[in-house]
Design a protein around this ligand. Structure first.
Ligand code: FAD
Length: 268
């Protein structure tokens, strides 16, 4: 809270104005200006906008998970935590491609990776190439028809209690638990203007340039800046951006980069 307060004071001192609580419900472009409509119907006109609306995660509900979130229990990205799992057992919940990719990555660090799924197998939810890679990786084990019952540990995760259908709950040591049960970018209100990937994440910079829709959408005679969307002067940073790392540090870093690009854009 103190850090947030200091950030707020510094930004206010430098001229930023906070409007909270407020929700942006729509945006349109008029004469090169971005016109934002707020939930109370007020409008704001801006030459440049940085979208940092993040994602909404589905949260798993079991004892201990909320308390140990960030201390061994993680939603989303596994990459930044992988090194701390060296030679120790880790658990993944979820049967989608992001869970599969995380399992492959973690298997190079962890002693054993357990993928917990409610169904019989991964066929309905994961790409065939990932299923094949997982099958060929000796330290990944799929645990079908299994549910997470509890996360245990005093200051950080030490064990998980899992239960396979028809069996008693079982407590097992765990260094980390990665939860991949779905996240949705909060970009619905802006997707009609920007180019998004099939899940709704905003494409920026190099990812944008390689998209087939780029050539017709981009009208400037320069290439988009690294964090610029297909609308010149509309930038994206943090979890809502395609390819983001889903971490606080990277979101904050991208935010400050985006502001530098805003200045470059305003100087054009
Ligand atoms: C349970 C959980 C635990 C996590 N633990 C860690 C961790 O330990 N370490 C770590 O590095 N990362 C962790 N993460 C990931 C981290 O929280 C994100 O990577 C980071 O917060 C992304 O920042 P962001 O600014 O992109 O989005 P967010 O932090 O999600 O912020 C987006 C903001 O935009 C607001 N917003 C959305 N739509 C609108 C709109 N239309 N109008 C106005 N406002 C809007 C939202 O209300 C929110 O306040 C965790 C995430 C979860 C869900």
């Amino acid at each position: 809270a103190e850090l947030a307060h200091r950030a707020w004071s510094q930004a206010t001192r430098l001229g930023a104005e906070f409007m909270a609580p407020q929700e942006v419900v729509s945006m349109c472009i008029q004469d090169g200006y971005k016109v934002l409509t707020l939930s109370d119907k007020k409008e704001i006109k801006a030459r440049a906008v940085v979208l940092t609306t993040g994602v909404s995660y589905r949260v798993l509900d079991a004892p201990g998970l909320a308390r140990l979130s960030g201390a061994g229990v993680y939603y989303g990205a596994a990459r930044t935590e992988a090194r701390s799992c060296s030679a120790q057992p880790v658990y993944i919940i979820g049967g989608g491609n992001s869970a599969g990719q995380a399992a492959m990555y973690l298997s190079t660090y962890a002693s054993q990776v357990f993928i917990i799924i409610r169904g019989d197998n991964l066929a309905a939810s994961m790409s065939a190439y990932l299923i094949e890679q997982i099958a060929q990786t000796p330290n990944i084990e799929i645990m079908p028809r299994t549910q997470m019952r509890e996360a245990c540990g005093e200051h950080s995760l030490e064990a998980v209690v899992i239960q396979q259908e028809g069996h008693e709950p079982e407590k097992r040591p765990a260094r980390a638990l990665f939860i991949f049960i779905g996240a949705k970018p909060s970009t619905e209100w802006v997707c009609h203007l920007a180019i998004c990937d099939p899940k709704g994440y905003l494409l920026t910079g190099r990812d944008l340039v390689t998209d087939p829709r780029y050539k017709t959408a981009w009208k400037k005679d320069r290439e988009p800046y690294l964090l610029e969307t297909c609308v010149p002067g509309m930038f994206a940073a943090g979890d809502g951006r395609a390819g983001a790392m889903a971490r606080v540090a990277s979101a904050v870093g991208e935010g400050s980069m985006a502001i530098k690009f805003v200045h470059q854009y305003l100087d054009e």
